[in-house]
Design a protein around this ligand. Sequence first.
Ligand code: BES
Ligand code: MN
Ligand code: ZN
Length: 498
Amino acid sequence: MKIDVSAGDITTTQVDGIMVSLCEDSEPLGVSRSAVVAVDNLLGGAIGALLDAKGVKGKPNEVTLLHSLGRLPARLVAVCGLGRQSEVTLDRVRDATAEGCRALRRLGCQSIGTTVLGSGSVGLDARACAQAIAEGAVLGLYIFTKYKPPEGPDVERVRIVVRDVSDVGTLSQAVDIGVVLAEATNYARDMVNEPANYMTPSRMAQMAQDLAATLDLRATVLDKDDMVSLGMGALLGVAQGSAEPPKFIRLDYQGDGAEAHRTALIGKAITFDSGGISIKPSEGLAEMKDDMAGGAAVIAAMSALARLQTNAAVTALVPATENLPGGRAFRPGDVLKSMSGKTIEIMSTDAEGRLVLADAITYAINEAMSPLVDVATLTGACRVALGTSYSGVFSNNEDVAARFLRAATGTGERMWRMPLADEYRELNKSQIADIKNTGNRYGGAITAALFISEFAGSTPWLHADIAGTAHSTKDSGVVVKGATGVPVRTLCEFVRSE
Ligand code: BES
Ligand code: MN
Ligand code: ZN
């Protein structure tokens, strides 16, 4: 799909469908001179009539489709709701674009024209809106087609129509940034949506190497022997129950060369989490192919950072393995020696994510990387606590936490800070080892984060638990059914905000 910006009039644009926006508390049609009014006039007042009949309200994510009956070059008009004028954010613009594009695609539109939703009477910055529209279109129209062809034709072109030719250049630049960020998110979605029989640790490593071959990235893949030499006993413990070889994937991006520090983006990549000997119930088990979503997100973020020629130096680290109950599998009660030297008593082989993260964090610290940001589908408890919209954020550093949450705000990827409660540290204490890998029944997302924090020590570190948000059961705005690609755009904004 191609997205471009061109100067002209939305009512005369030669496309299959057009999008215009409407707010809940817009002035009555006819008073303002917005695009929706121009379209309404040409449609003989059809939109106004629907408004009067309360058939159209302009609520967020509302899309009303009208046929132009030949009164416009475009066959269809999508009136996209943005909500109350004072509450319109870039997030709303993104979601409205996604909903509008999907509605038009459903009716067979292959080319779509849109105004710069959110920039007119609402008054948001036009560049930011153009970026959001590009993201909304690319994210909202995503479908995973590898194993089944799509039901209808694809949208091939989205054209953003501006009145003033002098705006085309700057808005095109903004569109290009949005496209890169959204394509990276879709790349992560593709990785996560792949089944575990395809998306093995080796395949993830191969994909990282393929990115490095075409982008300004260097890939290093450590095999089992390297892990043994480095003493990655926690990662190796998880890997030993599977016949599939584990991989420790490293992707480096240089930045502008003025490297004052190097951020590490660490992603949990359990390509299938059966729970191991502490095996999970079969209900919902297929979803455990998503347990590499953190790893996919950090690899995908690297591709966007390289394409955007970001200044900052950054490295992705991805400990990748299956968690299976094979004959050589680690057992509850086992003690593993982590790369840090700390010994870990295994209470549950299903608490494997924190084990692979522990070694990745030690590796990052040994390489003098800072800050460390890890992303992981870590705990069902986080999903229970925050639901499926909000990821849980934990950090030992106020500056890093503030910068990360600020980066997230603009993207619409919802994040909520959770406490690293010192008083719960004792729950991870073991009788026979330095630490154990589960707490008690309560506060499971917190005790998991506290476990990881023991390995981060005093290095600035942030942990995002995406167990609730990596997967969606429905289409809503930019989020589509299946893998969400969270938090690729936040990671990129975080590194770009340095
Ligand atoms: N991968 C799971 C967490 C998860 C659960 C992700 C649901 C997505 C949806 C993780 O490895 C896990 O199994 N965690 C356990 C920890 C427990 C044994 C302390 C959990 O949450 O039950
Ligand atoms: Mn598990
Ligand atoms: Zn897991």
